[in-house]
Design a protein around this ligand. Sequence first.
Ligand code: KIV
Length: 303
Amino acid sequence: MRKRLTIHSLLKMKQERNAISVLTAYDYPSAKLAEEAGIDVILVGDSLGNVVLGYETTIPVTVDDIVYHTRSVARAAAHTFIVADMPFLSYGASREATLLNAARIMQQGGAQALKLEGGAEIASDVEALVQAGIPVMGHLGLTPQSVHQLGGYKVQGKTEKDAQKLMEDALALEKAGAFSIVLELVTEPVAEAISKALTIPTIGIGAGRACDGQVLVYHDILQYSSPYFEKKFVKTYADIGTTIRGAIESFVGEVKTHQFPAEEHVFQPGSSSPAALYGGGAAEAGEQQSASGKSQRKEVPLT
Ligand code: KIV
């Protein structure tokens, strides 16, 4: 079984030019599959507001939401480094509130690190969290919690002044003790300059090829949404939205036409114990672990 990465191994990955893979996950099955697939870091992002909870922005996401989702991710991914977002205004209002909210996400959620949006203006919060023993990931560029102030979801760092500000913010976060910084929707040359200037790894999302790692949103790479939606900085690795809709359409159709349940799905007197078909009976029911760690189910004989 592989060992969970640490902030020190992530730093070493940058030094060895070993690219860091980060994916968001928000629940048990998404985290389980991400871990089985070998992801380096799972981010319980407040993007859960958009992709899971149906909000238009990340602003309504609460500490309770993050704790709840982080807890299910932590149960699934015991061997993966888990970073959880501190949601909108759960930091920055007062030092005490920042520390208490952070404590909840670490203790009740089970994250190994927290991510905060913002630059020099939150450096003292970052410093306080690091002093309290909490690893902090920064987040610069397009910071969705400030979408209204930024005037929309726009690429950042396009002017000399913006690029300079991003560099100063990145250096301030590193100085405050952040172990890594997400760069979101930042032009490639600016992200490259920042990645070269920092000793800590940068993790890009729509920030080009020179970052030390890449992060994407689970639902984006899998098209786990409706309608099908492409973004320039995302690659679709599978279209499970279409697959799921098709499967549900088949179920609906088979129920309506009485094709489901069929003979093999029903119990007759003398067939095998139903207990073996549920939850704790997974092993009896035939769940097998392949050498690659992939879980495979085989059919359960009924007699
Ligand atoms: O909330 C999130 O998922 C994020 C990533 C997009 C970096 O912050």
